[in-house]
Design a protein around this ligand. Structure first.
Ligand code: SF4
Length: 265
């Protein structure tokens, strides 16, 4: 490949597709059999995508083996150096187990719900951040080395150390079911051994913000009431710390939900 305009166009076209990016990232560390790639992206349009990658000079085919070309390797290296699309390797990661549920305590904010502390083994450590995109509402914090996931009312925090805290669960059965789901989602990604595709942006609804506000309409924030506050929050015109009620311990969980949701506004 000479790197001329037409080659650049065909590479851009090839890499502009999510499935083909997934394939090329999968090939970053080793050649793969067609069957392995089928397992990753499905069989239906695989020939079509491989042809486009081949025509762009990014891969070669030898019988049933797909090989990344030198040009493809350089392309990925360039992306990594530019920080535009870092290749993440999950091939060394081991599937996890929920080793132990240590506590089931009433939630501080809602005594009808429970807070569970469990342990994930082996700890996810450095790959925790890579897993963020597999959860539609997942947020990784470098500072705390933790991944917070919201699913309905339940907020789960996974720490790099292996500790898992799940809040607002109804009972132990629900906690076990949710922890099992969590384990399966994580292991499915680890078994594929590749970086999850970029996450679609989560849409936050106005009523969702309103739902978690105290709804006392006390006006201490200077707004007409909680609904007006929600509108301004949605528009990015006001911050959560202006709501005095959310600072009360009774609203700790509401605040946690709102802090999470506002990261998506
Ligand atoms: S301070 Fe909070 S609870 Fe009071 S009206 Fe404003 S948003 Fe509602």
């Amino acid at each position: 490949m000479s790197g001329g305009t037409s080659e650049t166009k065909s590479v851009n076209f090839a890499m502009g597709n999510k499935v083909r990016r997934k394939i090329i990232n999968f090939l970053a560390n080793s050649n793969r059999d067609i069957e392995e790639i089928e397992g990753l992206v499905g069989k239906n349009t695989l020939d079509f995508h491989l042809n486009i990658l081949k025509n762009a000079g990014l891969i070669g085919l030898e019988e049933r083996t797909v090989i990344i070309s030198e040009y493809g390797k350089n392309f990925l290296k360039g992306k990594k150096e530019n920080g535009t699309e870092e290749i993440k390797d999950l091939s060394q990661a081991k599937p996890v187990e929920i080793a132990e549920i240590r506590q089931l305590l009433p939630c501080i904010a809602d005594s009808t719900k429970f807070r569970v502390v469990a342990n994930m083994s082996p700890p996810l450590g450095g790959i925790l951040k890579i897993l963020e995109p597999i959860f539609p509402r997942g947020n990784y914090s470098d500072k705390k080395d933790s991944l917070i996931i919201q699913k309905g009312e339940i907020i789960t925090t996974i720490y790099g150390s292996g500790k898992v805290v799940m809040r607002m669960v109804k009972n132990e059965d629900e906690a076990r079911e949710e922890l099992e789901n969590l384990k399966n989602i994580i292991n499915e990604t680890i078994n594929k051994g590749v970086t999850p595709p970029p996450r679609e942006k989560v849409r936050v609804e106005l009523m969702e913000l309103y739902k978690y506000l105290p709804q006392t309409n006390c006006r201490e924030c200077g707004e007409q009431g909680c609904y007006s506050f929600a509108i301004r929050l949605m528009a990015g015109q006001i911050t959560l710390d202006k709501c005095t009620q959310l600072k009360e311990p009774d609203y700790a969980t509401n605040r946690e939900h709102l802090e999470f949701l506002t990261t998506y506004i």
